[in-house]
Ligand binder design. Sequence first.
Ligand SMILES: [Zn+2]
Length: 107
Amino acid sequence: MSGPVCDFCASREVLWEYPARDFVLPIVETTSFLSLGGWCACQKCYQLIEEGDAEGLKKRIAIQHGIDLSRGGAVSALLSRQIQEFFQYRTGPPTRIYQREAPHVIE
Ligand SMILES: [Zn+2]
């Protein structure tokens, strides 16, 4: 496995990159992860982000990662927080990424 994945839903069809400041991303209550630089996004997530549809984005992430939001609780709250932080720390408009049509072989 190599190459970019969508930082939201883990799709491999990454088309956009959002510039963002580095920030500490909460993973679980006691652990966090330092988010460095930009965030990659696929077309679907890009559309949700551009519409400012945090709820839609959250649902999509949950579906793609097999998270059951109907149970609410900590995971749901955490996901909301991660999305909020993304909106807060992004620094500008996204850049379109043009992927190669043929698989790129790294030598
Ligand atoms: Zn995505």
